[in-house]
Write a protein that binds this ligand. Structure first.
Ligand code: SAH
Length: 395
């Protein structure tokens, strides 16, 4: 077993069970990609077992903080079983559920989503790559599913020195799935869609939007960065007269229209626009359009804290435009999924947007990812999605 010795004083975060060891904390030691290493303090005390990643800034991701643990196939089988068992206890109103959420489930770098009987996984770290076959079998055993598609093609794989791969890991066949979320049905394609095919993290926020569209009697709804229209369907189910969905992905917009039909809504109640959202918002303002409810769910503008400043300007811009486009008394659901932008900073950005727009608004609720995407108290960095449900002041 290879050993990684940390520099003096660099043991603190592992002692708090934070699972990352940065390159700069290591005094000596090395191993192959994904190999299990023993991490010890400068004085030789055991700190953790972890997976080594030679080309990543996060040089070790911890598997366990218990010295007597053995990092073998049985270890991963137990972790997968534990993650799956947790989901069966959570209040998830869908058969689309995140089964494994990386660090929060003791499996750093691994994401697994379940869509009915179809599983889709992202192996995002050298350690999970090394244990891929064991993890794949454990997932099938724990769920009873027979088909597992791999979508290890996100940009972050490059940081780990891993190639992008996508394809069937277990089973084969159609890559389409239909899930029942709350009162509606949504489709996805694990091979073609973004990430693992669908954004499960917004599930609870979609339900809330539907309820509030009904409560406030919103008629005209604008869903920006709509992807396949999860919020659009929620708004229609909530009684909106008309929803405009804006996205720059034509295949996603085709699916919005398919979802409107699938859920039995009149096609006349839905318009899709293939456009850059920022440009769309500017044009809409010029044309005098107004909406009773707007959703802003942009992609990650700040992948890391280093991008926070430029991202902050981009968030402020779209929020300023949206606040102006809202009718007085209108509803805004605004989000950021950037890990580099904390909830407090996001609040400040939206406050700045309100000042610039000369619009006041009440925060009705602070929003986050659904509970099958847990954040653990040991790993607050896992928190990424934050949002505000705002009610624009009446005229
Ligand atoms: N709210 C969606 C998820 C949004 S993901 C849901 O509930 O499923 C972000 C979306 O923004 C993606 O579909 C992506 O295609 C789109 N996008 C990214 N940049 C964009 C831009 N500049 N203008 C319009 N859409 C954009």
């Amino acid at each position: 077993m290879k050993t990684i010795r940390l520099r003096e004083g660099k043991d603190r975060s592992l002692l708090r069970r934070h699972p990352w060891v940065f390159h700069s904390s290591i005094a000596k030691g090395g191993a192959d990609a994904g190999e299990t290493v023993r991490v010890e303090a400068a004085d030789g005390r055991f700190l953790a077992w972890g997976a080594f990643s030679p080309s990543s800034l996060i040089r070790v991701r911890a598997w366990s903080f218990v010295e007597t643990d053995k990092i073998d196939a049985a270890h991963f089988e137990r972790r997968v079983q534990r993650a799956v068992a947790l989901r069966t206890r959570l209040p998830v109103a869908s058969n689309g559920v995140r089964l494994v959420h990386g660090e929060a489930d003791g499996l750093p770098g691994l994401v697994v989503d379940r869509y009915g009987e179809l599983l889709c996984a992202q192996f995002g770290s050298a350690g999970t790559e090394r244990w891929k076959a064991v993890i794949a079998d454990a997932l099938l055993a724990a769920t009873g599913c027979e088909r597992l598609f791999e979508r290890s093609d996100s940009g972050s794989r490059g940081l780990e020195g891993l190639p992008a791969v996508a394809g069937w890991l277990r089973g084969s066949g159609a890559t389409e799935a239909t899930i029942t979320e709350h009162d509606w049905q949504l489709t996805l394609d694990v091979a073609e869609g973004h990430k693992t095919g669908f954004y499960l993290d917004q599930r609870d926020n979609r339900a809330l939007l539907g309820r509030w569209v009904r409560h406030f009697g919103c008629q005209g709804v604008l869903n920006c960065y709509s992807y396949t229209g999860g919020f659009s369907v929620a708004a229609l189910a909530g009684g909106a007269a008309h929803v405009t969905s804006v996205d720059s992905s034509a295949p996603a917009l085709a699916r919005v229209q398919a979802h409107v039909a699938l859920n039995g809504f009149d096609a006349a109640r839905s318009t899709v626009v293939d456009a850059d959202v920022n440009q769309f918002l500017r044009d809409a303002l010029k044309s005098g359009a107004r909406y009773d409810c707007i959703v802003l769910d942009p992609p990650k503008f700040a992948p890391t804290a280093a991008h926070a400043e430029r991202a902050a300007r981009a968030y402020k811009d779209i929020n300023r435009l949206a606040l102006r486009l809202l009718e007085p008394g209108g509803l805004l659901f605004t989000f950021s999924c950037s890990g580099g932008i904390g909830a407090e900073l996001f609040h400040k950005i939206v406050a700045g947007a309100g000042l610039d727009a000369e619009v006041n608004a009440a925060i009705l609720q602070r929003l986050e990812a659904s509970c099958d995407h847990p954040t653990t108290i040991e790993f607050p960095e896992g928190e990424y999605l934050k949002g505000l449900a705002l009610l624009k002041a009446a005229a």
